[in-house]
Design a protein around this ligand. Structure first.
Ligand SMILES: C[S@@+](CC[C@H](N)C(=O)[O-])C[C@H]1O[C@@H](n2cnc3c(N)ncnc32)[C@H](O)[C@@H]1O
Length: 466
């Protein structure tokens, strides 16, 4: 927590290294992770409670002391750690790391906090929902107000659904694995102790243990990957395209999650195939669309394509090299293409975004994101989408994906770019996710959600160039 505060460390990158250094594993590692991540996620709520139990505002408290008290509050209000242990260990920690005077302050604050449950504190410290519903949700679910606003807009304005989404952001996400087609199989992951997944035929859930101890993961034949990321990559490969289908591009590939799956699908094909039933909304028929049936419905790709994976940053491009086997990996600015226009049959644009759909995965991210970065980001997203549409050949398809549901980064970007051209059609993306039978939205775009699907929030537009 100090590293996150002092040097902008990413908790999810730092924690595994710290656990190794301190030789913590199994349940101890699980507890340490839960304490750090849970405290970082919850500190918006905790600081209001600390303010109510202290004669000093949190901003006036020495940061190491404040972090320790937050850790104590988290244990008291959200874990089953007995209150005397939560207070005692926190006070000891403060005495050791900050000083005796500070430990007295920690003791006094935590004793007051421990007099009520979290449910009892919320009405005391959060604004009245009748006067300020957004402010209430922000404090009750520990999110900055601008994110509550953005997420509320993204779910269509409903406060109950916004609350469910915010609550899902505070849950620990389960570990989801992907078996890369032709390299491993879900059977192999299940035999290693994982459980069958809800949607993706390449996914399996790992409820406990270190994913790295699974042989297929250690050998990069499988990997950790959220199910939504798997599904959007699969959806792109399922749109029938007329004629040749051998050149695929991943425009923003680093660190290589989707590229790893696309590379395997490109070469070996969608070996698991489509689910038997296809209850998703029927796409409009397009005669001669090239799937052999004369329709435009989802098809399982047969293999034999080749992926070009592009990434702006060299060190991230190197990571893409580790997740792919056959793909060519290049380092280039996607808005200044290093390839000829109109040559690709399928293009994945997983655009740089605010990441508001993956907040549960990056505990401190919600406090670091700045809404002032949006205009710059959305301009880049527009530029990259224009570039993706230039890169695809007529008849080919582009997937525009963000792990953010923010309207400015999703419908507004796609809408703006489409308004300027008459050669691009938005397909009903839901039709290419037949395994997800509900909750994808009104179309033509598809949206996955933590509170509905148990995945990261992900936006998918499938765009056919004519
Ligand atoms: C959302 S991430 C992609 C995640 C990746 N598809 C995956 O599944 O692992 C966006 C990536 O775009 C890269 N990027 C940012 N600006 C870019 C540009 N102008 N051209 C190409 N890549 C860019 C970032 O460095 C980042 O790695």
């Amino acid at each position: 927590m100090r590293a996150v505060d002092e040097r902008d460390a990413y908790a999810n990158l730092l924690m595994p290294a710290l656990l190794r250094e301190r030789r913590l594993s199994g349940r101890d590692a699980g507890l340490a992770t839960e304490l750090a991540y849970g405290t970082l996620r919850g500190l918006g709520t905790y600081d209001e409670i600390i303010a109510a139990c202290s004669d000093r505002a949190p901003e006036q408290v020495d940061p190491p002391l404040l972090d320790a008290v937050r850790l104590g509050v988290h244990q008291l209000l959200r874990t089953r750690v007995p209150p005397h242990a939560a207070v005692g260990t926190t006070v000891d920690l403060v005495r050791l790391r900050v000083g005796i005077g500070a430990s007295k302050y920690a003791n006094a604050v935590l004793r007051k906090v421990s007099t009520r449950s979290l449910e009892q504190w919320i009405p005391i410290v959060a604004p009245d929902p009748a006067d300020d519903p957004v402010g209430h949700l922000a404090v009750a679910h520990s999110h900055p107000r601008w994110i509550v606003d953005a997420l509320r807009d993204a779910v269509g304005g409903d406060f109950d659904e916004t609350a469910a989404l915010l609550a899902a952001d505070n849950e620990r996400p389960r570990v989801t694995l992907v078996s890369r087609p032709g390299r491993s199989s879900t059977e192999e992951l299940l035999a290693a102790g994982a459980e069958p997944a809800r949607y993706s035929r390449y996914a399996a859930y790992l409820s406990e243990g270190d994913p790295g101890s699974i042989l297929a993961v250690a050998e990069s034949r499988a990997a950790v990957q959220d199910e939504a990321s798997q599904l959007v990559a699969l959806a792109l490969t399922r749109v029938p395209v007329r004629g040749a289908d051998s050149r695929w591009l991943d425009l923003c590939a680093g660190p290589g999650g989707k590229a790893g799956l696309l590379d395997a699908l490109a070469s070996d094909g969608d070996v698991a195939g489509l689910p038997a039933t296809s209850p998703a909304p029927a796409p409009s028929p397009a005669p001669g669309a090239g799937d052999g049936t004369g329709g435009d419905g989802p098809v399982a790709f047969g293999g034999g394509a080749h992926l070009l994976a592009n990434e702006l940053q060299y060190h991230r491009a190197r990571l893409v090299r580790q997740t792919t086997r056959r793909a060519a990996v290049v380092t280039a600015d996607g808005t200044r293409p290093a390839w000829r226009p109109g040559v690709f049959d399928r293009v994945m644009l997983d655009a740089p975004c605010t990441g508001l759909g993956a907040l549960r995965r990056r505990p401190e991210a919600r406090w670091r994101r700045d809404p002032r970065s949006l205009p710059e980001l959305t301009a880049l997203q527009r530029g990259l989408l224009t570039s993706a549409l230039e890169a695809v050949r007529p008849g080919g398809v582009v997937a525009y994906v963000t792990c953010s549901p923010h309207l400015a980064e999703t419908v507004a970007v796609v809408g703006d770019v489409l308004r300027r051209r008459d050669d691009v059609e938005a397909l009903d993306a839901r039709a290419y996710l037949p395994e997800v039978t509900e909750g994808l939205g009104e179309g033509p775009y598809a949206r996955l959600w933590p509170h509905r699907h148990g995945t990261d929030a992900m936006f998918l537009a499938l765009l056919r160039r004519h």
